[in-house]
Design a protein around this ligand. Structure first.
Ligand SMILES: *Cc1c(COP(=O)(O)O)cnc(C)c1O
Length: 390
């Protein structure tokens, strides 16, 4: 009999490493594989399943919408699309001067941001950070600062410069020829790495001085995960645009670019579009997720559970844990040895999903609904996984 592994290898493009498990269903913070084994999911589809799996509010909203009106194209408005755009203006703080463009993924939100940058006074230079991740399409890959992901596809978009994540490098790079600075408030794919203290404030000041758009990639950090609706809110600044995706619709694909102030006036009629972007199905899912985050106080939960996780990690007293980075429920466990893959493999064997973001970093991004029981179970399993990998 052919196994799912063989069928996967034969039918799927060889662009990603082959997975070791086939998942068939989920509920709350748990998923089950095709062997019937249960896993505690502390990755949540890479910060996507904000409400966990099969949350009744999301199931109901998507089922109702697909049975009513799933798709219409951008030639028509729909109630759920307008509602989501208004909601994003409100929760981002962009308010009445905010505008929203809908696409279908993080990369597409970044593509829209790149086109926005091109509309800034005819400037073509974009500054981004080394080791940043902004997506895999040719435009978004041009901003991604990881040579290993880029090399096979060069030449990429011209005019993009990558700099170190220091305020000094920022001061040297930002001038009147730059269209946009694109930054992740916390570098998720890099292993949950924070920016230096005062970085976003300095970036805001310099970009404002030079007419440069400050565009924040909130794709992984947004939608409550870091303990605010968006991570930039922890710094007190207001950006010119934010890219949003991942957690916003709890697993239904959607991406959005939200502009603030003068950046909202840059796109003119006919300059951008997407067939699926902002369709009723995806926007109904997002309205349900964002509504539930508010109703159930899940942003506050991210703060409290994040603290609990930090305490639990500290109490493990493991020589393998060198530091814990991040905010809210986006945490990076920095290891004292390059054994992250072994830790993650050992965890999986024990029934816990975590992510080895690189050799020395374990990324934790549980659903925002995570509670006492799941944190207790995580603590037991992760301690064992660390021992297993030591
Ligand atoms: C995941 C991610 C992207 C790309 O999103 P896709 O939906 O995979 O295209 C871009 N930026 C950041 C910070 C991300 O975490």
């Amino acid at each position: 009999m052919t196994t799912w592994n063989d069928r996967f290898a034969q039918a799927m493009m060889g662009s990603a490493p082959p997975p070791s498990r086939q998942l068939v269903r989920g509920e709350g913070c748990y998923v089950w594989d095709s062997e019937g084994t249960r896993y505690l999911d502390f990755l949540a589809g890479i910060a996507v399943n904000a409400l966990g799996h099969a949350h009744p509010v999301l199931v109901e909203a998507v089922s109702r919408q697909v049975a009513t009106l799933a798709h219409v194209s951008n030639y028509f408005a729909t109630p759920s699309q307008i509602e989501l755009a208004e909601r994003l203006r409100r929760i981002s703080g962009a308010g009445e001067a905010g505008r929203v463009f809908f696409g279908n993924s993080g990369a597409e939100a970044i593509e829209a941001a790149i086109k926005l940058a091109r509309l800034n006074k005819g400037r073509t230079r974009i500054v981004a950070l080394h080791n940043a991740f902004h997506g895999r399409t040719m435009g978004s890959l041009s901003l991604t600062g990881k040579p290993a992901l880029r090399e096979a596809f060069e030449p990429l978009l011209p005019g993009v410069e990558h700099i170190d994540s220091t305020i000094a490098a920022l001061e040297a790079a930002i001038d009147d020829t730059v269209a946009a600075l694109v930054v992740e408030p916390i570098k998720g794919e890099a292993g949950v790495v924070e920016l230096p203290e005062g970085y976003l404030q300095a970036a805001r000041e310099l970009t404002a001085q030079h007419g440069v758009l400050l565009i924040l990639d909130e794709i992984q950090t947004g939608v409550g995960r870091t303990g605010e609706w968006f991570s930039f809110m922890r710094s007190g600044i207001q950006p010119d645009a934010i890219a949003v995706a991942k957690g916003i619709a709890g697993g239904v694909p959607i991406g959005a670019l939200v502009t603030f102030g003068w950046a909202s006036e840059l796109f003119q009629r006919g300059q951008h579009g997407s067939t699926f972007g902002g369709n009723p199905l995806a926007t109904a899912a997002a309205n349900a997720v964002l509504g539930e985050i508010e109703r159930a106080g899940l942003i506050q939960n991210a703060v409290v559970r994040g603290q609990q996780l930090r305490s639990a990690l500290a109490a493990m007293n493991s020589p393998l844990i060198a530091e814990v980075r991040g905010a809210g429920l986006l945490l990076g466990v920095g290891l004292s040895a390059p054994v992250a893959q072994r830790v993650s493999d050992a965890a999986l064997e024990l029934g816990l999903i975590v992510n080895a973001a690189n050799d020395t970093s374990i990324r934790l991004a549980p659903p925002l609904i995570v509670g006492d029981d799941e944190i207790a179970e995580f603590t037991t399993l992760f301690s064992k996984a660390l021992e297993g990998a030591a």
